[in-house]
Design a protein around this ligand. Structure first.
Ligand SMILES: C[S@@+](CC[C@H](N)C(=O)[O-])C[C@H]1O[C@@H](n2cnc3c(N)ncnc32)[C@H](O)[C@@H]1O
Length: 334
């Protein structure tokens, strides 16, 4: 029995490794995981309670959606965006690949909006409407912005179904990674940095540091007030415009150079993003911005004193966009 379990585990590991090496299979695997994940109402509770997000979507609907506008809602989930558009008189195609679509149907029916919304239980790649649409609304934004395969899904749909002059809402995103100091009482040192009651853990330091080895143990979610100092502000590593012609390419390597703006302790790098519907309408998810459900990620490092004026070089590899555990980074201070 033990031997059987061991071989089964080996087969599963092997299959997972194989799936991750073929991009088309990796996408298929990710999309199954994604549909299952969003069946859980917990995530819809969290997203609907994010008032920063919901207020901006409502404002975007008020600005762009009018009676007769045709809208495709990519990934309708609970149905919230489809219902908001339908309330403004739009004709909506609500596309959803997961079983959560049944809740969206119920929501529309209970709010008297069913006649304006056609529900499509399918992956967006299999959605072929009889007409082109004025807007694609979506919220395919992952915790690390790009890790829900947003660019691939939205642009594939855009190129097939969006009218000329139509718009993806939201379409403009930036990814930032700032060096930060965390509050002393919120620091999470690596095990080998610990000295507890005279016990020195430094012997546990690995040869390959975790943030350079892609083991996925080196990132954590931050509460907004976990960060006490941003050592250098708004360091952009990626810009994404889903309304620009052509296929956006997510680079496998990003980097920046900056100067440390004040003395402090580097505890890691804070990853956050901006999300804009147009030049005026949007929001940031940084550690000093209004709180959203997209908790900033701390890319951990060993603690290190830094001085104002030091030069910082940061770089990150993104071998598999939908699996942040594979992302690795490194930095140099001089
Ligand atoms: C982050 S949730 C957003 C739900 C809802 N639009 C909202 O704003 O609250 C993303 C939803 O898109 C669905 N989804 C993701 N990729 C999809 C795809 N390519 N085709 C159809 N549905 C997709 C997921 O199952 C999930 O319900």
């Amino acid at each position: 029995m033990a031997a059987l379990t061991k071989s089964a585990v080996a087969v599963i590991r092997h299959t997972k490794r194989f799936l991750s090496t073929v991009p088309a299979l990796r996408r298929l695997h990710y999309s199954i995981v994604n549909a299952d994940l969003f069946e859980n109402l917990f995530w819809h509770d969290v997203m609907l309670a994010n008032s920063v997000r919901m207020e901006k979507y409502i404002q975007a609907m008020e600005k762009y959606v009018h009676p007769g506008t045709v809208v495709a809602d990519l990934g309708t989930g609970s149905g919230v965006l489809a219902c908001l558009a339908a309330k403004r008189g739009a004709k909506v195609y609500a596309i959803e690949h997961g079983a959560i679509i049944e809740h969206a149907r119920t929501l529309a029916r209970a709010n008297g909006l069913s006649q304006n919304i056609e529900f499509v239980h399918a992956h967006s790649k299999d959605f072929n409407p009889p007409e082109k649409v004025d807007f694609i609304v979506h919220e395919q934004v992952g915790m690390a912005l790009i890790d829900e395969d947003m660019a691939e899904n939205v642009v594939e749909l855009r190129d097939r179904v969006l009218k000329q002059g139509g718009k993806v809402l939201p379409g403009s995103f930036e990814l930032f990674i700032d060096p930060v100091q965390t509050r002393d009482d919120r620091r999470l040192p690596y095990i080998w940095e610990q000295r507890i009651g005279g016990v020195d853990f430094s012997s546990l330091k690995p040869d390959a540091l975790p943030w350079t080895s892609g083991k996925g143990y080196d990132k954590r979610a931050l509460e907004p007030d976990d960060v006490s100092v941003i050592l250098a502000h708004r360091n952009r590593v990626l810009e994404l415009d889903l309304n620009a012609p052509g296929r956006p390419v997510i680079p496998e390597f990003v980097q920046y150079d900056t100067v440390i703006q004040q003395d402090g302790r580097l505890d890691g790098f804070c990853l956050y993003f901006s999300n804009f519907f147009d030049k005026e309408l949007g929001f940031y998810t940084g550690p000093k911005d209004s709180r959203t459900h997209w908790a900033c990620r701390l890319l951990r490092t060993e603690a290190r004193e830094v001085k104002k004026g030091q030069h910082l070089h940061f770089e990150m590899r993104i071998p598999n966009v939908t699996n942040t555990a594979t992302w690795t980074w490194d930095y140099k201070l001089s």
